[in-house]
Design a protein around this ligand. Structure first.
Ligand code: GLN
Length: 190
């Protein structure tokens, strides 16, 4: 069984846990303490409020342990606010974040009027059929480094990408019935 953590500080934690419970060979667990972070095979950083999660990473004394585990190859997937926390740079802002992926992101990039929307795309690396993409006050990627592979582009903006053991999506697969991205993440661990 693979122990897959969902970072349980703030945001859509139970939705990811529910999704993981449907997959074979996966033991989902909520994690927030240093010993728990040391014990998992992979971690999902959920959507929520990146400024709040960033502060709590420090309060719970797990920021440095997490950075260390990611540098040592632990697979990690950030959805929405999770993407923001993993980025090296946040456009025009400086909040506490992990700075482990060679991307620049813009928070709330779709503006207020388009705060939330849903679309469908084929993401060839992940699924041969269209999957639903739910965006909620979502970021997108403004810039990527050489080591980063864009996986999905919507309206000319990169909304999913991978750099080795790090996966990010602007959208929320845990709020849909489609488990393709969760399965893809589990395959990154196997
Ligand atoms: N759904 C989300 O995770 C929204 C992210 C949020 N707007 C932020 O900037 O942190």
């Amino acid at each position: 069984m693979l122990k897959i953590g969902v970072l349980d500080l703030q945001g859509s934690v139970s939705e990811h846990i529910n999704m993981l419970e449907k997959l074979d060979n996966v033991c989902p667990m909520r994690v927030k303490y240093p010993d728990e972070i040391k014990d998992i095979d992979g971690l999902i950083v959920p959507g929520g409020e990146s400024t709040a999660i960033g502060k709590l990473l420090v309060d719970f004394k797990i920021k440095d342990i997490l950075i260390d585990r990611i540098h040592n190859g632990m697979p990690i997937w950030g959805t929405c606010a999770g993407m923001i926390l993993l980025a090296n740079k946040i456009d025009m802002e400086e909040t506490t974040h992990l700075k482990v992926m060679n991307i620049t992101v813009r928070r709330n990039a779709y503006g207020r009027q388009l705060d939330s929307f849903t679309t469908e795309e084929v993401i060839p690396e992940i699924s041969s059929t269209k999957i639903p993409l739910v965006f909620i006050r979502a970021p997108f990627i403004l810039d990527i480094g050489d080591t980063v592979k864009p996986l999905c582009i919507v309206n000319n903006n990169i909304v999913a990408a991978r750099q080795d053991n790090i996966l990010v999506t602007s959208f929320h697969p845990e709020l849909t019935d489609d488990s393709s991205v969760h399965k893809y993440f589990i395959e990154m661990i196997n």
